[in-house]
Design a binder for this molecule. Structure first.
Ligand code: RB5
Length: 147
């Protein structure tokens, strides 16, 4: 199950992603926003982050205009590793090496074709573990000290 969220800047791309997930038979829940009216991206970053760390949702996908604000917000939730990706290589390696559990996209930065490719890679790539697990643990240690 995937948790989705966006502000108004990411709303149209989120709709495209929902259609794409429907076609692939992948279940998701949309945590808002539900209209194109101007709204505040931190709220949706936090909601999706909470959903993912609750364990009820395997991964999250969050979208705003740049993908930056909403990823910063989601990363304030303990246990979230949100990665802003604008290319396929980053999407693959943030899963393989960082075990990113939330994908952030910038709807005003990349087009829908590339965004859907990035989504597919993010959802279909496994964490490699090994030496990367130790590094992810070090990130958690920072979180424990500062958040
Ligand atoms: C909204 O205008 C815009 O600031 C937001 O979507 C995002 O780009 C913030 O980082």
């Amino acid at each position: 199950m995937i948790a989705l969220g966006s502000d108004h800047g990411g709303y149209a791309l989120k709709k495209e992603i929902m259609k794409h997930l429907d076609e692939k038979g992948i279940a998701y829940k949309d945590f808002g926003t539900y209209t194109e009216d101007s709204c505040d991206y931190p709220l949706y970053g936090e909601e999706v982050g909470k959903a993912v760390v609750s364990g009820e949702y395997e991964r999250g996908i969050i979208i705003c205009g740049t993908g930056i604000g909403i990823s910063i917000a989601a990363n304030k939730v303990r246990g979230v590793r949100a990665a802003l990706c604008g290319d396929c290589y980053s999407a693959e390696f943030t899963r393989r090496h960082n075990d990113a559990n939330v994908l952030a996209l910038g709807a005003r930065v990349i087009g829908p074709g590339l965004a859907l490719k990035i989504v597919d890679i993010f959802l279909n790539t496994e964490f490699e573990g090994g030496r990367h697990a130790k590094r992810v643990d070090l990130i958690s240690d920072i979180e424990a000290r500062h958040i």
